[in-house]
Design a protein around this ligand. Structure first.
Ligand code: FE2
Ligand code: FE2
Length: 386
């Protein structure tokens, strides 16, 4: 009996709840009761004791913390958690509304959740994030992806953005048009507008709309204060991976997906979802390559030598593919579920993708069409491998 209990405890997920309001702690403890067979929930009413718990036993799978607390505040706590336990998922639960504080909080957490938050909703959110993290079998990949705060931008788009934001007659529409061409900037603005920062009930899927909501001043803070946008450096990706070609492929897939979705008579929401998921569908390639450049070189070599699709080569080297990685990041960052789901399944959609025109089947078709129409840098013998 004792051995069984110990074995169960070993596979249970450990969750730490930090809030200086004891009522909040106890209401979530009650809400989490339905998961008592799967989760071990630990409570802490201040940042200092939470940090001591983490340092004594760095095996927490997820920490949810209040932002403003006496003594060690949430931001300082998460900075330390990121260092001590990089693969721990970090969520803020906050009622704060000051934009500068929330921008800073976004830079150290995976997600900002508005207070009050229904217990059931929080349980579903935690459950989903932990399940997706489980799919990252490789500990190095898990650690590095949980630490990843931004997806770097293609240098030419980053420079274009910086030029526009410095012009005296800067326009949010022009900024939006630059953002919607770039994978990293689009992912970041959608993460921000879909967080507690803006508190919209309806999820935002269109990067142009997101830019308008953030506004010019917000955009300046994002770039200059938080450093959320930055350019891809020479050493961020393997030399054998043509990064420009990935951006071109993603942008063409996004445009093609938007065109098909409109021709199929889908709603404006579904047209936006198709475009954005098309743009972000291969984001996992950039993220995975950044976790270990040398191993990603092996992926490219394997895909070329054996003429196999990139996602199969990735599974052999990293035990996970770019679709799962991309879906994991976007889900963790709180982008709309419709987008992260398409990214997760874009290599092999469940069921018959030609049966019905949905944003998933459309992105799948657009990806295939674009790959066939353009010369992929990873193509060999006429067979498209990404
Ligand atoms: Fe892909
Ligand atoms: Fe693709």
């Amino acid at each position: 009996m004792f051995i069984l209990q110990e074995a169960r405890r070993a596979v249970m997920k450990k969750i730490l709840l930090v809030d200086d309001d004891r009522n909040v702690l106890h209401s979530f403890k009650r809400a989490f009761h339905s998961m008592h067979n799967e989760w071990q929930v630990v409570l802490s009413d201040n940042g200092k004791s939470a940090l001591a718990l983490i340092e004594a036993d760095g095996s927490f799978d997820l920490v949810i913390s209040d932002l403003r607390m006496h003594g060690l505040n949430g931001i300082d706590l998460f900075r330390k958690v990121e260092k001590t336990s990089p693969d721990t998922i970090r969520f803020f639960l906050t009622g704060a509304t000051e934009s500068s504080l929330l921008i800073e909080a976004s830079s150290v957490s995976h997600r900002l959740i508005s207070k009050p938050c229904e217990g059931e909703k929080l349980v579903a959110l935690i459950r989903n994030s932990l399940l997706l993290r489980e799919k990252l079998h490789n500990p190095e990949v898990r650690r590095k992806l949980c630490k990843l705060g931004v997806i770097p931008s293609l240098p030419k788009f980053y420079q274009e953005f910086c030029r526009e934001i410095q012009t005296p007659d800067v326009s949010v529409a022009r900024l939006g048009m630059i953002i919607e061409k770039d994978i990293g900037m689009t992912a970041k603005v959608l993460q921000l507008v879909n967080s507690a920062f803006f508190g919209f009930r309806k999820k935002v899927t269109n990067p142009l709309h997101a830019a308008t909501l953030i506004g010019i001043n917000g955009m300046r803070d994002i770039v200059l204060v938080a450093g959320f946008f930055n350019a891809l450096g020479e050493n961020d990706c393997p030399k054998t991976l043509d990064i420009e070609a990935i951006w071109q492929h993603s942008l063409s897939t996004a445009n093609k997906a938007r065109e098909i979705a409109a021709a199929e008579g889908l709603s404006q929401d579904d047209i936006d979802t198709s475009y954005t998921a098309g743009l972000l569908h291969d984001l996992g390639i950039i993220a995975l390559a950044a976790t270990n450049r040398a191993d990603y070189e092996k992926v490219i070599e394997l895909a070329r030598d054996e003429c196999i699709p990139l996602h199969l080569a990735e599974k052999r080297v990293f035990a996970v593919d770019h679709a799962t990685v991309g879906g994991f990041i976007l889900n963790l960052w709180g982008l709309p579920h419709a987008i992260s789901e398409i990214v997760t399944f874009h290599c092999s959609p469940p069921g018959d993708p030609s049966a019905k025109a949905t944003p998933l089947s459309i992105v799948y078709a657009a990806d295939q069409l674009v790959a066939r129409e353009t010369q992929s840098p990873l193509e060999k013998g006429g067979e498209t491998i990404y």
